[in-house]
Design a protein around this ligand. Structure first.
Ligand code: SF4
Ligand code: SF4
Length: 343
């Protein structure tokens, strides 16, 4: 694998080169908070942010997306296909966010209805991951087996050596296509690679090698009627912040919009935390309270996802822990589930 050394001071210049080839989403900082956003200029990059508050999933599953449009022409309805996706680079993704993309890929590529729009966008997406040596306070990705120095799923990976430099690993064909933007950096020497190997070894030692997720899924499958759900939902306000910030949550609604002689069918983010999500046209709602909705969220992430796709729908990024207005802490909920005797 080809490797280069990227000084921290050159990161914005690197992104500037990348922006000549594709649109780039990367961490930016506003009012002291990091977010993933499309860059208008490389100067916007925040090259220190580890896990921004918003995730990069909007690059693959936009908050609002036109599935197709239509217009009336001489009384006939004409279908207007959605625009073709344009090449895009997701820069500076923490390995937990890269793992989250793998779960979205599993869902949107699955039979019997692979999602054509998602897959077309994914095909023109290049993922540039960036590892970290210090874990954010609310993150628990190591408990779920995600190593913050793992380059799996990346086309390019920036592995930190110290605060001043990264080893840039050029991994896939998509990554090699960006070689012209990388050639300005010197090749990594043996000393740098030996240091990286040591850092990886010590990071792996701190990461759970066997997180017991299949056992957790099996246990949850027997807890559908547990009293636990009556307790842990008590503070939940059903605001949906946890789902909208989550890099793996992917529920959506489909709506029709019309103005005059034209309209569109659009897909918009939705969440199982909203009462309206499961309300039938008759007014009946099978999930009558937040108890059923929070149970659904936990079950989907740690039972159904593992059962169907062999991966949890949580990567331990900690966004929901840090941003829940009711201080619901997924780490504590998981601890309680693991400590609850099997029924
Ligand atoms: S962010 Fe907190 S209060 Fe809002 S829906 Fe999620 S768990 Fe409930
Ligand atoms: S459930 Fe919470 S910790 Fe897990 S991936 Fe989603 S936002 Fe991150």
């Amino acid at each position: 694998m080809e490797t280069r050394i990227v000084p921290q001071t050159e990161m914005a210049a690197f992104v500037g080169e990348l922006m000549k080839t594709a649109r780039v989403m990367a961490p930016v900082r506003r009012d002291g908070v990091g977010y993933f956003e499309w860059l208008e200029s490389a100067d916007q990059l925040d090259a220190t942010c580890v896990v921004p508050r918003s995730s990069p999933k909007a690059a693959l599953l936009p908050r609002c997306e036109t599935l197709f449009g239509w217009r009336l022409e001489k009384g006939e309805q004409r279908i207007v296909p959605p625009p073709e996706p344009i090449p895009q680079i997701l820069f500076g993704l923490h390995p937990c966010d890269v793992r989250a993309i793998a779960t979205l890929d599993a869902v949107f590529a699955s039979d019997p209805s692979p999602d054509r729009l998602y897959l077309a966008r994914r095909a023109v997406t290049t993922v540039i991951g960036r590892g970290s040596l210090a874990d954010p306070a609310t993150a628990f990705f190591r408990e779920l087996g995600v190593d913050p120095m793992d380059n799996g799923g990346c086309d390019l990976f920036l592995a930190p050596l110290d605060p001043d430099r990264h080893v840039l690993e050029i991994i896939s064909d998509k990554g090699r296509a960006l070689l012209p933007a990388c050639e300005r950096f010197p090749k990594a020497d043996d000393r740098a690679l030996a240091l990286l190997a040591d850092l990886r070894k010590s990071s792996a030692a701190k990461t759970e090698a066997n997180p017991g997720l299949e056992q957790l899924a099996a246990k949850l499958a027997g807890m559908f009627e547990s009293d636990l759900w009556s307790r842990i939902h008590e503070h939940c306000a059903g605001c949906g912040v946890c789902a909208f910030l989550c890099p793996t949550c992917h529920c959506f609604d489909i709506q029709e919009e019309q103005r005059g002689d034209r309209g569109a069918r659009v897909r918009v983010w939705d969440t199982c935390q909203f009462g309206l999500f499961t309300r039938h046209a008759s007014g009946h709602n099978p999930r009558t309270s937040q108890k059923e909705r929070l149970r659904q969220r936990i079950m989907h992430k740690f039972s159904y996802g593992i059962e169907k796709f062999k991966v949890p729908f949580c990567v331990g990024c900690g966004r929901c822990v840090g941003c829940c207005p009711a201080n619901n802490d997924l780490r504590a909920i998981l601890r309680t589930i693991r400590e609850t005797p099997s029924e």
